[in-house]
Every structure is written in structure tokens, then in C-alpha cells.
Design a protein around this ligand. Structure first.
Ligand code: AMP
Length: 304
């Protein structure tokens, strides 16, 4: 599983979060889309992370990445402060209220990939400026599989650039509200058709606690989300989903539709662990055996 032809490159935010939910609050804890997705992917395949942090980024966070075997040689440490996001969730775990987004050293982040990183066959472009996502794609040699995530901010602010990204990816990831916003369609099936018409082979639409849909031109898969009793902190669920999905695909080298279904279920499984605790605490304590056990439960509850 650790051959050089299943390496996953992940580019995105690495940050510190202050999060408040009905179950408590935390401050300046590890966050960022690349942190969640890289740790999630690392359960399945070797991961290289590309990002930037400031001098205030705690040593223990670096140690977590290292303990998961993540290659952080392209995680820059710059003078200044780390990207900081403050958010709050009420009773609805799908609705984050953002209180602060301080880009700090992330403001002039320009990903420059070392040569070995350009040869990685699997790529996950986490939610960052689509112009940067394009710069990363321009540096890649010939990736086999590229997944990209986005958010409402870029759909409103940089739609043309985002469409250029979508033309070049294998899998487009977004949540239901973003799919509707991007396409102007109310029905998700129509929204998915519009996104597929831009070029990606697959589009995965995340519906929070209602699961995920996977569309291709000639197939549709609907996965439930794993029913957990207590969502302590929903932060990073989407990123954990994406990381595990791409990591699983990389570990199997098979992006055909039947295996994409399994990847979606692995993504949902790892996301269901993520939300059981704040920050990356649950992912840090997770094992591949626990993932497999919950994956089997998932198979049973979705079978008919
Ligand atoms: P998610 O819960 O999947 O939406 O991702 C949450 C993570 O995204 C948090 O840990 C934040 O640090 C990070 N984040 C929030 N806003 C942004 C942004 N504008 N750009 C990049 N990352 C962000």
C-alpha cells in the first residue's frame, strides 16, 4: 500500500480553529481542510500535504501529521500567524456561523510543488481559491484522478475560475446548497447534470446528516450517512469525507463506478468518526480496524 504510484497530493488550508457547539467550545485547535483530509486519507494511502502555517503553529500538530506518516516537506512555515477560523454551530450541524476568517500567512499562499509531488497520481484540491487550484493542476504531470472541493464564497466570487477547475477534475465535490447555487437549479439531479456537463466524470453531492449522492452520466448512487448519536463538532466532516474517499481510491487504483460507491461509503464512515469529537481528536485516535468495523455496519444498514 505504500508504493510510489498510489500517493495522494492534498492542497488546502492548514489552520487553527476556535469552535463552539452545543457540546462545548475549543480555541486555537488544529483545523483546516487539508489537515482533516490528509489525516483521513492517511488511513488508506501515503499522503503529501501542501500548505502554509505560521510560527505559532504548535509542534503537537506537526507531530500528529508525522505520526500518520504524512509527508509535510511541502508544508511551509512562514513568519507570521497561521490561518485562523472561528465558527459556531447551533442545533443544526449543517449550518456553521462564521465569526472570523483571518487568512494571515495563507493570504499570499502560492503552492509551488517539489518535483516528486508533481508526479503523484491522486490529487485532492481542498477548498481554496480556484485560481490556486488551477495553479496546482498546471504543475501536475499527468494525474490519474483529481478531486476538487469548493464553497459558496468561491461560487459567488470566482465562478469562472471555478468552472475552469471543474473542467479538469475527475470528481467534483460540493454540498447540496453549493450545487444549487452554482447551477441555479433547485433539483439536485438537474444540478448534478449541469455540473457533469462541465466535464467531470463524477459529481458527489454531500447532504450532511442525510448522506451523499454520487452521479455520473449513466449512474446514480445514494448513500446514507452513518447514524451517530451525538455530533460533538461537525467541523471537517466534508474534508474527512473527501480525504478518505480519495485515499481509498488511491489504495485500490480503481476509479470505476462500483468502487466509487465503496469510496463514498469509506468517506461517510471516516466523516462519522470525525464529528464525534472536537478538532481532529477522534481522527487522531482512530484505527483502520475501527473504520472497517463501522464500514461493515454501514453495509448492513444500507442493504435491501
Ligand atoms: P468544513 O467543516 O469541511 O467546511 O471545513 C472546516 C475547515 O475549513 C475548518 O477547520 C477551517 O479551518 C477551514 N476553513 C474555513 N473557512 C475557510 C476558508 N475560507 N478557506 C479555507 N479553509 C477554510
Amino acid at each position: 500500500m505504500t508504493t510510489s504510484d498510489n500517493r495522494v497530493l492534498i492542497v488546502g488550508s492548514v489552520g487553527l480553529d476556535a469552535v463552539s457547539t452545543p457540546h462545548g467550545s475549543v480555541d486555537r485547535v488544529l483545523g483546516g481542510a487539508a489537515s482533516y483530509s490528509s489525516v483521513a486519507a492517511s488511513f488508506f494511502a501515503p499522503v503529501s500535504m501542501v500548505g502554509v502555517v505560521g510560527r505559532d503553529f504548535q509542534r503537537e500538530n506537526i507531530e500528529l501529521f508525522e505520526s500518520r506518516g504524512i509527508d509535510i516537506s511541502a508544508l511551509e512555515v512562514r513568519e507570521g500567524e497561521t490561518f485562523f477560523w472561528a465558527g459556531e454551530y447551533g442545533e443544526d450541524p449543517n449550518q456553521a456561523i462564521t465569526h472570523a476568517t483571518d487568512l494571515n500567512v495563507f493570504a499570499d499562499f502560492r503552492p509551488v510543488l517539489p518535483q516528486p509531488h508533481r508526479e503523484h497520481p491522486y490529487v485532492f484540491l481542498a477548498n481554496i481559491d480556484p485560481e490556486l487550484q488551477l495553479e496546482v493542476l498546471d504543475q501536475m504531470e499527468s494525474p490519474e484522478f483529481v478531486a476538487a472541493d469548493t464553497m459558496n464564497f468561491w461560487i459567488t466570487g470566482k465562478k469562472d475560475e471555478l468552472i475552469q477547475v471543474l473542467k479538469r477534475v475527475t470528481l467534483a465535490l460540493m454540498n447540496d446548497a453549493e450545487a444549487r447555487m452554482l447551477t441555479g437549479r433547485k433539483l439536485l439531479i438537474e444540478a448534478a447534470e449541469d455540473v457533469l456537463a462541465l466535464g467531470p466524470r463524477y459529481v458527489a453531492i454531500k447532504k450532511g446528516e442525510h448522506g451523499a449522492l454520487l452521479f455520473s452520466r449513466d449512474s446514480l448512487f445514494s448513500a446514507p450517512s452513518y447514524p451517530i448519536r451525538q455530533i460533538v463538532d461537525p467541523t471537517g466532516a466534508g474534508d474527512s469525507f473527501a480525504g478518505a474517499l480519495v485515499g481509498y481510491l488511491a489504495s485500490t487504483g480503481d476509479a470505476a463506478e462500483p468502487n466509487m460507491r465503496k469510496a463514498i461509503v469509506y468517506g461517510s464512515t471516516v466523516a462519522s468518526f470525525d464529528v464525534e469529537d472536537f478538532s481532529l481528536r477522534r481522527l487522531a485516535a482512530l484505527s483502520r480496524e475501527q473504520i472497517e468495523e463501522r464500514y461493515r455496519v454501514f453495509q448492513r444498514i444500507a442493504e435491501f
